[in-house]
Ligand binder design. Structure first.
Ligand SMILES: Nc1ncnc2c1ncn2[C@@H]1O[C@H](COP(=O)(O)OP(=O)(O)OP(=O)(O)O)[C@@H](O)[C@H]1O
Ligand SMILES: [Mg+2]
Length: 324
C-alpha cells in the first residue's frame, strides 16, 4: 500500500504531530482506533520514515491464529518442539531484529500469552520453543487495537502491566467522520486510483454526492470509503458520480453490523424491493430490478461482495458483471 496519509483536517494534523513526536525514538507505541481508520498505515509510516527503515517491518496479527500458533509465530521453534515441527523456524521477533514488530489486534491476545510476552519484553530476551538458547531482542514494538484497551484492562481481559509496557505512547487514530473535508479528498484520491486501474474515466462527484458522503457516519472508516468509491465507479452511468451511485448505509437501524455481521443464512427482511405496482408510471426492466436487488444486498453486507453474491446464489464475477 502507498505510504501516504491523505488529509489535512485538524484531527489528522493532531495525528501527524503525535507520529512525528515518536518517529525517531524507540518508545513502544499503541495505536488505537476504529476498524479501517489507518492504524496499520500509521505503523508502517512510523517504521519506514523512522531510523529503522532499512531493517524489516514485521506484522503479526494476534487475532488470526490460535494461541499455540501465535506463540510459535512470535518466538519461533526448534525442530521437534511440538508435533508437526519438522524443521526449525525463527520467530517474528528474530525476523524483526533491529526493525519493527507490529502486534496487530493486540487486544485479542490470550491472557497466558500476554504473560509470556510481558516476561520477554521485561527481560529483553527470549528463546525459541524447544530451545534453551537465549536470544536478545532488538525490535521496536508498535501495537494496534480497535478496542479501548484500558477498558479491557478494567474488565480483566488485558493485563495492566502489559498495557503500560505497550502503551508508553498511546495514539488515537481518529474516525473518518471526525475528519470533515478529508472525506472528499480521500474519495477523490480513491476515484483517481479507479480511473488508473479501470477502463472508463469518472471525472468526479456531484455536489449532492459530496454532501451525502460528508453526512454519512462511516462505521468502516477509510476502508469502507474506498469500497463505496470502487462500487460507485463501477455502476455510475455517466462520468459524474451522483449520490444515487453511492451505496452506503445500514438497512437494519437497530443492529450494528460491525458488531454483529449478518449471516448469509438470514437474508435481510427488507432486502427485497417492494413489488412495483403493475401499470404504474415506471415499470422497471429486469436489469434495473437486478441492479437494485444487488445494490441493496451489497449495502446490507457492508460492501462485502462475496457474501452479497452468496446470499443471492451468484458468483462474485456475476455480481460485478451485473453491476457494470
Ligand atoms: N489517510 C489515509 N490516506 C490514504 N489511505 C488511507 C488513509 N487511511 C487509511 N488508508 C487506507 O485504508 C485502508 C485501511 O487502513 P488500515 O489497514 O491501516 O486500517 P486499520 O486501522 O489497520 O484497520 P483494521 O482495524 O480493520 O485492521 C488501507 O488500504 C490504507 O492504506
Ligand atoms: Mg489493521
Amino acid at each position: 500500500m502507498p505510504l501516504r496519509i491523505i488529509g489535512k483536517s485538524p484531527a489528522l494534523y493532531g495525528l501527524f504531530q503525535q507520529l512525528k513526536a515518536v518517529m525517531d525514538s524507540d518508545v513502544p507505541v499503541l495505536l488505537e482506533g476504529e476498524s479501517g481508520t489507518g492504524k496499520e498505515l500509521a505503523a508502517r509510516i512510523l517504521h519506514y520514515q523512522g531510523g529503522r527503515k532499512d531493517k524489516p517491518f514485521v506484522a503479526v496479527n494476534c487475532a488470526a491464529l490460535p494461541e499455540t500458533l501465535i506463540e510459535a509465530e512470535l518466538f519461533g521453534y526448534e525442530k521437534g518442539a511440538f508435533t508437526g515441527a519438522d524443521r526449525s523456524k525463527p520467530g517474528k521477533f528474530e525476523v524483526a531484529h533491529q526493525g519493527t514488530i507490529f502486534l496487530d489486534e493486540i487486544g485479542e491476545m490470550p491472557l497466558e500469552l500476554q504473560a509470556k510476552l510481558l516476561r520477554v519484553l521485561q527481560s529483553g530476551q527470549m528463546s525459541r520453543l524447544g530451545s534453551n538458547e537465549i536470544i536478545e531482542i532488538d525490535a521496536r514494538i508498535i501495537s494496534a487495537t480497535n478496542r479501548k484497551l484500558i477498558n479491557e484492562v478494567a474488565a480483566h481481559r488485558f493485563r495492566e502491566d502489559l498495557y503500560y509496557r505497550l502503551a508508553v505512547f498511546p495514539i488515537t487514530v481518529p474516525p473518518l467522520r471526525e475528519r470533515g473535508q478529508d472525506i472528499i479528498l480521500l474519495a477523490e484520491y480513491f476515484l483517481r486510483e479507479e480511473n488508473l486501474r479501470g477502463k472508463k474515466q469518472a471525472r468526479g462527484f456531484s455536489e449532492q454526492a459530496k454532501a451525502s458522503m460528508l453526512h454519512y457516519s462511516w462505521p468502516g472508516n477509510i476502508r469502507e470509503l474506498a469500497n463505496v468509491v470502487k462500487r460507485a465507479y463501477l455502476i455510475c452511468p455517466t462520468e459524474i458520480i451522483e449520490h444515487t451511485d453511492l451505496l452506503f448505509g445500514n438497512l437494519l437501524p437497530s443492529s450494528d453490523p460491525a458488531q454483529h455481521p449478518p449471516s448469509e443464512a438470514a437474508p435481510p427482511p427488507n432486502a427485497q424491493p417492494a413489488a412495483p405496482a403493475l401499470g404504474g408510471a415506471s415499470l422497471k426492466t429486469l436489469k434495473e430490478i437486478e441492479r437494485e436487488t444487488i445494490s441493496e444486498r451489497l449495502q446490507y453486507f457492508h460492501g462485502n461482495v462475496s457474501r452479497a453474491a452468496k446470499s443471492l446464489g451468484l458468483t462474485r464475477a456475476t455480481v460485478y458483471n451485473k453491476l457494470r
